[in-house]
Write a protein that binds this ligand. Structure first.
Ligand SMILES: Cc1cc2nc3c(=O)[nH]c(=O)nc-3n(C[C@H](O)[C@H](O)[C@H](O)COP(=O)(O)OP(=O)(O)OC[C@H]3O[C@@H](n4cnc5c(N)ncnc54)[C@H](O)[C@@H]3O)c2cc1C
Length: 490
């Protein structure tokens, strides 16, 4: 029997897998998603929103408005209960967008549905074997697929990571929490509290009546489906009453364990999103960095599959994204430690809140939490190199445009801000889009501040700067070769 064949098979159609599939399809690559769920319905609300860099990435593809119109903007970042202003972040999206994961996934799936992506829904990948030219991917219905590359976007318990033999080192859980959505017969104490072991909180769901809550368990429990009795016990231990909790529509357990894949790649297998890193939801980063992984990996994988770039371009995925998740893990450990309610931790949290409210630490923290301060590589030369390209207003022959308007199709962009026609892309002309434009305002980067305006910028499809010119075009050919293949490539 002939097995269906795809250049890339993505395992898991959650936020990361959907975004990756969209990126690959935009870049013109044959991609299939295998997803266990029949649709995007989720049990419980899970992730609560999007950080500025994630919204920028969606804006780069021209789809940010679809999410913004369904969410709610808040110009704040939270630090261990302290509310920090984000309104001076130098971005169009200087806010956190409240939007539940189920809505996010459904909007994202709508976009992916407009692109040529094959879906195998209601099926699971159970294993795979690799050879020199590809992989045979086994499905739970007895069928199989042939793939050039396999990407595990299959969540924290990733089958792909385990089958690839990739280690998942990190920190074991210290605390377990119950998260739930329910009715309560009595009016509860709303808001966030700090108990001896950690945070607990009760808030209203959108209907204004039902409750979404998180409570720490008195003893660490690993996995397993929590029971209503366990929820009642945890509420009583924290609040002295269970408030008559009833009609529970979602009850789940999570812990503060933090783990990260030792490698993001094993030959033709790659990992992204929760499959590559898990941590406590404190700080609300998981979904966001999964989307950012997908956007970093998509165009690189597309270029390798199309033989534009050598296979080792894929190694830059781990080099760039592993440190980002490692930093998020450290951050969640710190926030978890600060969430304890003993007298000493309370004093430390108060002191840290005072520091964070000062202008420089606030700018540092909000830039980090927003994902806007990420700098890939060594950052030699112009300060823009390795950093995200700001979405500047441009004057172009077609009229006023924004930089991100030129990134919608997931292609590299060379923005010439000097004399029109002064750059010749030579052999790269069919791979890199050249745009002559003008920008008259300042160039400001998060944390870094103002930078000298370059005369040209080479921008990767993920919106990060590969090269920037002060006056000369020195280094342009090297940057084009490293990121967009040798001159002889197709
Ligand atoms: C309580 C809670 C609150 C959170 N709050 C936030 C927040 O505020 N902000 C934030 O950014 N993140 C938050 N997160 C984290 C966020 O939910 C995850 O980081 C995000 O879902 C990761 O997306 P993913 O696509 O990588 O993995 P998943 O969402 O886990 O998706 C994996 C997909 O793979 C499928 N799958 C698994 N195995 C297979 C297989 N073998 N074959 C086929 N399909 C398979 C699954 O069905 C699933 O659809 C929270 C998480 C929890 C639990």
């Amino acid at each position: 029997m002939h097995n269906p064949e795809h250049a890339i098979v993505v395992v898991g159609g959650g936020p990361t897998g959907l975004m990756l599939a969209g990126e690959l399809a935009l870049a013109g690559v044959d991609v299939a998603v295998v997803e266990r769920r029949l649709n995007q319905d989720l049990e419980g609300s899970r992730a609560g929103g999007l950080h500025p860099r994630t919204i920028e990435l969606l804006d780069q593809r021209g789809i940010a408005e679809r999410f913004i119109e369904r969410g709610k903007k808040h110009q704040v970042a939270l630090f261990a209960g302290t509310v920090l202003d984000t309104s001076d972040l130098p971005t169009r999206h200087d806010y956190w967008l409240a939007l539940w994961q189920e809505q996010f996934e459904s909007i994202l799936a709508g976009w992916v549905g407009e692109l040529p992506v094959t879906f195998y829904r209601g099926r699971e990948v159970t294993g795979f074997t690799q050879d020199n030219t590809g992989l045979d991917v086994a499905l739970n219905d007895g069928g199989s697929l042939r793939a050039g590359y396999l990407v595990g976007c299959d969540g924290g318990r990733s089958t792909i990571r385990k089958r690839a033999g990739i280690d998942f080192p990190g920190w074991d859980a210290d605390i377990s929490y119950l998260i739930f959505e329910a009715d309560m017969a009595e009016e509860p104490d709303w808001g966030i509290r700090h108990g001896e072991r950690g945070i607990y909180a009760l808030g209203r769901l959108e209907d204004g009546k039902r409750v979404r809550g998180v409570v720490t368990e008195q003893h660490l429990v690993h996995g397993g489906k929590p029971t209503l009795d366990e929820l009642r016990g945890a509420l009583a231990a924290s609040y002295g009453t269970d408030y008559g909790v009833c009609n529970v529509t979602w009850l789940s357990r999570f812990t503060d364990a933090a783990r990260q894949a030792a490698a993001y790649r094993e030959r033709r297998v790659l990992l992204a999103g929760d499959a590559a890193h898990v941590h406590s939801p404190a700080g609300g980063q998981g979904l966001n960095i999964g989307i950012q992984d997908a956007v970093n990996l998509g165009w690189k994988l597309a270029q390798v599959v199309k033989r534009i770039s050598p296979d080792d371009l894929l190694d830059t995925y781990q080099e760039e994204r592993h440190p980002v998740a490692a930093r998020v893990l450290q951050h969640t450990l710190a926030i978890t430690a600060l969430s304890r309610g003993d007298a000493r931790t309370n004093a430390l949290r108060k002191m840290m809140a005072g520091v964070m409210e000062m202008d420089q630490p606030r700018r540092w923290y909000t830039s980090m939490m927003s994902g806007l301060d990420i700098c890939y590589g060594q950052n030699e030369g112009h300060p823009l190199v390795g950093r995200r390209m700001p979405d500047l207003d441009l004057t172009h022959s077609s009229g006023p445009v924004r930089v991100y308007d030129f990134l919608h199709d997931c292609r590299p962009l060379l923005l010439n801000l000097a004399e029109p026609g002064s750059i010749d892309l030579g052999s790269w002309a069919n791979r890199v889009r050249l745009v002559d434009a003008r920008h008259d305002g300042a160039w400001e980067l998060p944390v870094f501040g103002l930078v000298a305006a370059p005369t040209a910028v080479l921008i990767r499809p993920d919106g990060y700067v590969a090269w920037a010119a002060d006056q000369t075009q020195a280094g342009l050919v090297d940057a084009l070769t490293i990121w967009f293949g040798p001159p002889s490539a197709p």
